[in-house]
Ligand binder design. Structure first.
Ligand code: PMP
Length: 426
């Protein structure tokens, strides 16, 4: 049996940094990434068989826990018919119909293979539709790694210290305007000056790539209003929040409707899927209906569609979300109490099924500057103590945590127990 250290050494020989996505490398927290062998329910098991209660959940998709039998069976059944056809299938219609029935303002939807593709395509479409070039994003929000969006980005880009990546032409970055999250006045001022040239605003309706920062009342509404007045397209990037705040995503939860919505993660049930869609008038501009080009060899892959459909079936059951919301709250209360008892300055945020913990004296966390002022060294030590105790948190302090329906009360109690020990040891 190989250890994670052995596997990491081998991985580094032919894979840059030993990983296929940077945050997995444990660069921020130090040490060796845990190599996973298998997963089940709320747990992942490493290559040496050690179990961890998992709050990363493949960075969000596994809302029903890992390796759900219904999804697994759907994938096996579909794969018996073949892996990819590059031609339309009925499964694509079924998934598109479901998404359009569920999501507010979704008339047409196009499937892609990742969240990055979804957001990249949505901003191209918004630019094509409006004939304008400027896009507005928010500091600390991450929308995948396409050029225009890697400007003051969150998640791994932030963790690696390169929120604005080398390799993005200045000419492109110049068209990306970055504003402060939860600052409606800043948004109004930007629109007052540049409204005529703004093609779109893209935002995480709950930011999950600079830890977990929910929108303050009025923030999303201001974006909606400014877009309406100026004719810009409002893109709500629900790659992370989609199907995590109830079936209608953050849009249903907060009552603000997008012109275009991007989806990923949960919609593919763990397979590589993304989607973008929205108002008919805008979506009709996309090829083959319109002139804005977008395509994909494996898009709408039948196995991925089957996994997405099986997932939507289960999360559509009455009462699916309430226990997840309650458990997310209970976990955050438990973590807070554990920190308070140990006298460690710490606060939590949670919204829907997403949560975050911050090593800070601040009592509320609402924006990027506050997140950047947190004690990352303390987080790194906490992370390793929790890992040692069998709790798998995201290996960076700029990531949200996720709850699944497989997490039991006992799992949450065990997590809080582990946190008591970790806070005390800090
Ligand atoms: N948008 C958001 C809000 C995300 O959280 C992510 C990934 N975490 C993406 C886009 C990019 O998705 P992917 O990693 O599937 O390309």
């Amino acid at each position: 049996m190989s250890s994670s250290t052995d596997l990491f050494d081998r991985a580094c020989q032919h894979i840059p940094g030993g990983v296929n996505s940077p945050v997995r490398a444990f660069k921020a927290v130090g040490g060796t990434p845990v190599f996973i062998d298998r997963s089940d329910g709320a747990r992942v098991y490493d290559c040496e068989g050690k179990a961890y209660i998992d709050y990363v959940l493949s960075w969000g998709p596994m809302i029903m826990g890992h390796n759900h039998p219904a999804v697994r069976e759907a994938v096996i059944k579909q794969s018996e018919k073949g892996l990819s056809f590059g031609a339309p299938t009925e499964l694509e219609i079924q998934l598109a119909d479901r998404i359009c029935e569920i999501m507010p303002g979704m008339d047409l939807v196009r499937m892609v293979n990742s969240g990055t593709e979804a957001t990249m395509s949505a901003i191209r479409l918004a630019r094509g539709y409006t004939g304008r070039d400027t896009i507005v994003k928010f500091e600390g929000c991450y929308h995948g790694h396409s050029d225009s969006l890697l400007v003051k980005a969150g998640s791994g880009a932030l963790t690696m210290g390169v929120p604005s990546s080398p390799g993005v032409p200045a000419a492109l970055a110049d068209h990306t305007m970055t504003l402060t999250y939860n600052d409606p006045e800043g948004v109004r001022a930007a629109f007052a000056e540049h409204g005529d040239s703004i093609a779109c605003v893209i935002v995480e309706p709950v930011a999950g790539n600079m830890n977990c920062i929910p929108p303050e009342p009025g923030f999303l509404e201001t974006l909606r209003e400014c877009c309406d007045v100026s004719g810009a397209v409002l893109i709500l990037d629900e790659v992370m929040t989609g199907f995590r705040f109830g079936l209608q995503g953050a849009q249903g939860f907060f009552g603000v409707e997008a012109d275009l919505t991007t989806l990923g993660k949960v919609v593919g049930g763990g397979m590589p899927v993304g989607a973008f869609g929205g108002k008919r008038e805008i979506m009709e501009q996309i090829a083959p209906l319109g002139p804005v080009y977008q395509a994909g060899t494996l898009s709408g892959n039948p196995i991925a569609m089957a996994a997405g459909l099986a997932t939507l079936d289960i999360i559509s059951a009455d009462g699916f979300y309430e226990p997840l919301f309650a458990n997310t709250t209970r976990l955050c209360e438990g973590l807070q109490e554990a920190a308070d008892r140990a006298g460690v300055p710490f606060t939590t945020n949670h919204s829907g099924t997403m949560f975050g913990g911050f090593f800070t004296n601040a009592s509320s966390m609402t924006n990027y500057a506050q997140v950047m002022a947190c004690d990352t060294e303390r987080f790194n030590r906490f992370f390793h103590l929790m890992l040692e105790a069998g709790v798998y948190l995201a290996p960076a302090s700029y990531e949200a945590g996720f709850m699944s329906s497989a997490h039991t009360d006992a799992d949450i109690d065990a997590t809080v127990d582990a946190a008591r020990g970790a806070f005390a040891a800090l």
